[in-house]
Design a protein around this ligand. Structure first.
Ligand code: C5P
Length: 222
């Protein structure tokens, strides 16, 4: 039987990956973090000193360093041409430049094609910014997760604290707002809610509550 696909979109730090991973695990689906793919290209550009403004050179990086995922009991690992870059793509230098890289139409075209290949067999939970609008417009379930910038910065701040990373709350909030703005105002598939996506505002909701809300939508479609 062809399983359904689930698209989860939303702005930075809205909790997409946390809930997408739980939903994938509980339904036995494959989780795909498309943000990790844009982050990988940004990481490679930093590593090989490719300019963030050189669209064609960025595309060459995608061709030369194929991005792959591996599911392990400790979570999902990300590789570029076989090298484990799971941690490196979360560094602030990557986070603060990824929106510039992801705005290029040719970069998007290459990564969208790879994402569509992953989702072809079905049974995928994919999170990102344009999954419901562009990557999987036929996805059976589409969720658009939002939360106030303050709430999202608070979550990021706590997460950093638990990892022993020093951060400044106001700076985190500004960075989140800046990334939202750039992702929503680019010409190539900007961040926006698909017409048939269900909006879930997670401000004040626990992870369990969000997961339960999404699962009830999934069960109706399965
Ligand atoms: O989800 P995450 O915050 O890791 O995504 C990093 C960046 O990748 C986003 O800010 C956005 O610029 C880009 N992105 C995108 N389209 C997607 C997923 C992520 O443009 N489907």
């Amino acid at each position: 039987m062809h399983e359904i696909n689930i698209a989860i979109d939303g702005p930075a730090s809205s909790g997409k990956s946390t809930v997408a991973k739980i939903i994938a695990r509980d339904f036995g689906f494959i989780y795909t973090d498309t943000g990790a793919m844009y982050r990988s290209v940004t990481y490679l550009a930093l590593k090989y000193q490719v300019s963030f403004t050189d669209e064609m050179a960025l595309v060459e990086l995608i061709k030369n360093y194929p991005i792959t995922f591996k599911q392990t009991e400790y979570g999902q690992l990300v590789f570029a041409n076989g090298q484990d870059i799971t941690k490196a793509i979360r560094e602030p230098a990557v986070t603060n430049n990824v929106s510039e890289v992801s705005a290029f139409p040719s970069v998007r075209a290459h990564l969208v094609k790879a994402q569509q290949e992953i989702a072809k067999p079905g049974g995928v939970v994919m999170d990102g910014r344009d999954i419901g609008t562009t990557v999987l417009p036929e996805a059976e379930v589409k969720i658009f997760l939002v939360a106030s910038a303050r709430e999202r910065a608070k979550r990021r701040y706590k997460e950093n604290q638990s990892k022993g990373i020093e951060s400044d709350f106001e700076t985190l909030k500004k960075e989140i707002e800046q990334r939202d703005y750039t992702d929503s105002h680019r010409n190539a598939s900007p961040l926006r809610q698909a017409e048939d996506a269900i909006l879930v505002d997670t401000t004040g909701m626990s992870i369990d509550e969000v997961v339960t809300a999404i699962k009830s939508v999934v069960k109706e479609k399965k």
